[in-house]
Ligand binder design. Structure first.
Ligand code: EPU
Length: 422
């Protein structure tokens, strides 16, 4: 197994390119199931989760290929095959819950789907009741047997669907089901995330009739069929935030090229409040910081609130603040797995329920650490970059699910970080 070895204490500086967004690529790949022609997604990063999704589409009968443009960026091309199977097996779903994104498209296109029900994961129970209830409102019959959700519907009917909470993949699944349904679907209390908007752009390019994405209410008029399309994927706002925080936590000066400041408002505001200088520069976002970090409070919330996917990284940053910081996690019930590891580096953090009180310290010290999930791993890397001495981050396969060559990007900014075999 690979580990990261980090020698901390070097301010990072320079510019590096942000990759395409994992959480936009996965629904875009699922959307290809809906198309009669090839769907090309440009700017797709090399990530374990995307590899898993390619495998899943292969099992479902699609032909998936990658090609490289001259600039090193890759395009994934997906062509639906004949003799399609409509089953997502446990072996894949257990490694990636986002597999559930094929449920809506399979049902809309083929009238049936059999998907292994995802279990809980490291960050919480993560039920999919909202996905299933929405599909039932649209006329699907769903049942559970042998750990698999079976859904059938001759043809889905447009319907009003009200979500009990903001759910990102729930909104995406229902959007994909509704584009080929008979009639009008109105998704109320829909998620506003930029990744939902990116999916709407692709679906429209495929011929879908959608409006209202990015607001509480998305209205979809079903069409008879969808054609292939080419889609440029949005850049990864979570990776961009992580790179900018790497600059800020080390007292450096980092530009995230390709980062879209308009999709990162809450994070950039908190960086500014903490004393960092944030500016939108041509082609990206730049963050500089000198002096002591000011402690600030953060509370995660659905977009446009502070993203839960940046909570762990921001907590690492707050460990070095000049006072107290209250970090509240409102989206997932178990997303403080990084706390115990940060404490091993000298972080002073008390947790009570979904709230962590972080008392800033003058410095962290390097230690061997265990990565537990994707964003927790990133937070340990950030802490290691700022700490004195050597930090080893074990089990970085978690990190490889969602960060493309993070160690290379950080090295290009001056970090002393290496990937080695354990
Ligand atoms: N929820 C339910 N029932 C549902 C759906 C959601 O109770 O049917 C609850 C969840 O348990 C959670 C909340 O609603 O408490 C929000 O969950 P959401 O459905 O929005 O999460 P998700 O769609 O499963 C996506 C991202 C996550 C990100 C969350 C929140 C993808 C593939 N995943 O998950 O990304 O944390 O939205 O923004 O888009 C990551 O990249 O590290 C990651 C975990």
């Amino acid at each position: 197994m690979d580990i990261f070895v980090i020698k901390g204490g070097r301010p990072l500086s320079g510019a590096c390119r942000v990759s395409g967004a994992k959480n936009a690529v996965l629904p875009a790949m699922a959307a290809a199931i809906l198309a009669d022609g090839p769907v090309e997604i440009a700017g797709v990063p090399h990530l374990r989760d995307i590899g898993t999704f390619e495998k899943l589409l292969g099992i479902l009968g699609a032909d998936v290929s990658r090609s490289e443009a001259g600039d090193g960026r890759e395009t994934v091309r997906i062509v639906n095959g004949e003799g399609r199977k409509a089953e997502a097996p446990y072996d894949l779903v257990k490694t990636m819950r986002a597999s559930v994104l094929v449920l809506g498209p399979l049902l809309a296109r083929y009238g049936r789907a059999r998907i292994s029900l995802p279990g809980g994961c490291a960050i919480g129970a993560r039920p999919i009741d909202q996905h299933l209830r929405g599909l039932e409102h649209m006329g699907a019959k769903t049942s559970l047997s042998e750990g698999y959700i079976e859904a059938v519907a001759d043809r889905l009917r447009g319907a009003p669907v009200y979500f009990d909470m903001k759910t990102v993949t729930g909104t995406e699944n229902l959007m994909m089901a509704a584009v080929l349904a008979d009639g009008v679907t109105v998704l109320s209390n829909a998620a506003h995330e930029p990744e939902v908007c990116d999916l709407a752009r692709l679906l429209r390019a495929m011929g879908a009739d959608i409006e209202g994405e990015g607001t509480d209410e998305i209205v979809i008029h079903g069409v008879r069929s969808l054609h292939g399309a080419r889609h440029e994927i949005m850049t990864d706002r979570i990776e961009a935030a992580t790179l900018l925080l790497a600059g800020a936590i080390t007292g450096g000066d980092v530009t995230a090229l390709g980062a879209d400041a308009s999709a990162m408002g809450a994070v950039l505001e908190k960086l500014q409040e903490s004393g960092a200088e944030v500016s939108a520069v041509p082609g990206g976002v730049r963050v500089r910081r000198e002096g002591r970090i000011r402690s600030v409070n953060v509370k995660t919330a659905p977009y446009p609130g502070f993203p839960t996917d940046v909570q762990a990284q921001f907590m690492a940053y707050m460990c070095l603040g000049d006072g107290f910081s209250i970090v509240s996690e409102t989206i997932f019930e178990n997303r403080f797995m990084h706390v115990a590891e940060l404490r091993r580096m000298g972080g002073r953090i008390d947790v009570s329920g979904n709230t962590a009180a972080v008392k800033g310290v003058e410095g962290l010290s390097g230690a061997p650490l265990m990565a537990t999930d994707l964003r927790a791993s990133a937070s340990l890397v950030l802490a290691g970059l700022a700490a004195s001495g050597t930090t080893e981050v074990l089990r970085i396969y978690h990190l490889d699910r969602g960060y493309e060559s993070l160690e290379k990007k950080l090295s290009s900014l001056g970090a002393d970080i290496a990937r080695v075999k354990e």
